[in-house]
Design a binder for this molecule. Structure first.
Ligand SMILES: *Cc1c(COP(=O)(O)O)cnc(C)c1O
Length: 486
């Protein structure tokens, strides 16, 4: 079943349509675009109410016609067994009337990236191994994708992973989760620059014909595990549906009542999953996009202008959202406006760092989304207030809670909690106790509060040996990779 088409149309150098398997292994589409579903099914969600998480996932894969060997999917879904509660990998916590947090961080690396990357890694590895080829997977991270990708691919046969991260742009815990990785098939490189720089290097490597030829000579194919890979998006649809159905099962709402979902956003992968769920008929009134001071998405959704011309990236307390070029917006443009308009807008962005929607297009966007942002001061304040009411949140989730308060009405709201506090402990300590501590000290201090547990995945990091220390300039990266693969 070839039901994937390309966001910027076809350049005739490849087939018009591709299968799920193909787009997982090779996510690059014509004209620098992305693969995306040709159409979304309408689903009657009510009969799915009593499915368990794996059954629900299989059902959604079926409905989306994501052709994949059943055994591979089932194997992939087993990765949730490493989560705190395998039966409920994405639990809802109610903190007050109409406010629910969906904790998406109960996987091995303590951020929501695990929800998709743990099963995705297994699918990718199985498909690649069936092809009898070696794969080099590139990934660029603002701090959470890297650890989750490395975790899922560690020691997988015939898979090699290169992870680029902005040196100094992540928390200590995030960095340790990467640079203490011992598996021989993983390489971690710090780069001088921010996440956008890392993402740009990755995109240019993926397009680099010389690089690809050099890899082919070694029998390697090149792929990417960034949030543009549809294999990740697929899993990011499912937990939003699960969250809604949980509200109904727990008798918090009758089936059919519309809710808001708040999503702390960067590359727009998580939000795109919610948008697809809404398009398939999940009763969502609006998806609220929460940003940090890099409020490009707030501006876009409020004005229809995507402008990065005069913007420089601001380092904020929620580094996983320190992004200006939000890759998955392209799939939203495609879903609403089609391929030729998407191509036009994305080319404007590439050439002029700017595009502007027509009023009619803007109102289409606004029929699905609301947006707001939170500065660093508001972030700290929100963490503190939440802690004082008995619920500990990380800085990314804080932008979500702040957004929920901004739009709070009488409608139930699910706030996506995208990371555990322990990944950003110094900011949390600063917010609550106004102390400046490093990650280790901050985690120790927090641990002394009653009822606060530290997961061994985090606790053990500080005593693991550091394996990866390289920090490179952009132009040294290619040769360093090729040397490593010798
Ligand atoms: C990646 C990440 C985000 C942003 O998610 P997108 O899908 O890129 O929008 C938000 N919070 C945390 C903690 C993350 O790791």
């Amino acid at each position: 079943m070839n039901n994937f088409i390309q966001t910027r149309g076809n350049d005739n150098s490849r087939n018009q349509k591709a299968s799920f398997e193909e787009v997982i292994l090779n996510p690059n589409a014509s004209f620098g675009g992305l693969y995306t579903l040709e159409k979304l099914p309408q689903i009657d969600f009510k009969p799915l109410l009593n499915l368990n998480y794996s059954q629900l996932s299989e059902k959604i894969f079926d409905e989306l016609q994501l052709t994949l060997d059943k055994e591979i999917l089932q194997e992939a879904l087993k990765s949730y067994e490493t989560f705190d509660n395998p039966k409920n990998p994405a639990p809802l916590i109610q903190t007050e009337k109409n406010i629910y947090f969906q904790e998406l961080y109960h996987g091995p690396t303590r951020a929501f990236k695990d929800m998709a990357l743990q099963p995705f890694g297994i699918i990718f590895s199985k498909l690649a191994q069936n092809k009898n080829k070696k794969y080099l997977i590139l990934t660029a991270t603002s701090g959470d994708t890297g650890p989750a990708t490395l975790q899922t691919f560690a020691n997988q046969a015939d898979i090699f992973v290169l992870c680029l991260y902005p040196k100094g742009g992540t928390s200590d815990v995030q960095e340790l989760q990467m640079i203490t990785q011992e598996a021989k098939n993983l390489k971690i490189l710090g780069i001088k620059g921010d996440f956008d720089t890392a993402q740009n290097i990755l995109k240019s490597l993926l397009k680099d014909e010389d690089f690809k030829k050099a890899l082919e000579a070694k029998n390697f194919s090149l792929s990417a595990a960034n949030s543009v890979n549809f294999g990740r998006i697929a899993f990011q649809i499912i937990y939003h549906i699960w969250g809604y159905l949980t509200l109904v099962r727990d008798k918090k709402i009758p089936f059919g009542q519309k809710i808001y979902i708040v999503i702390p956003s960067g590359n727009f992968g998580n939000a795109l999953g919610a948008f697809y769920a809404k398009m398939m008929g999940l009763p969502i009134e609006k998806i609220i996009i929460a940003s940090n001071p890099n409020n490009i998405l707030t501006e876009f959704i409020q004005t229809g202008i995507y402008n990065i011309k005069d913007k420089t990236l601001i380092k904020s307390y929620s580094p996983a959202m320190d992004i200006l070029k939000s890759s998955n917006i392209e799939r939203l443009l495609f879903a609403l406006f089609g391929a030729s308009r998407t191509k036009e807008l994305m080319q404007n962005l590439e050439e002029n760092s700017f595009y502007k929607l027509k009023p009619k297009e803007l109102s289409q966007i606004q029929s699905h989304f609301l947006a707001t942002f939170c500065d660093d001061k508001g972030c700290l304040q929100t963490i503190k207030e939440s802690f004082e009411k008995g619920y500990l949140i990380d800085p990314h989730t804080a932008t979500g809670l702040k957004a929920a308060k901004t739009f709070c009405e009488d409608t139930p709201i699910i706030i996506c909690s995208t990371a555990e506090w322990s990944k950003f402990a110094p900011t949390v300590i600063q917010a609550i106790f106004e102390k400046q501590l490093n990650d280790k000290e901050a985690i120790n201090m927090m641990q002394k509060q009653k009822d606060i547990q530290i997961h061994p995945f985090i606790k053990n990091l500080f005593s693991k040996p550091i394996v990866h220390t390289e920090v490179l300039d952009k132009d040294k990266i290619k040769s360093s990779i090729l040397n490593w693969l010798e």
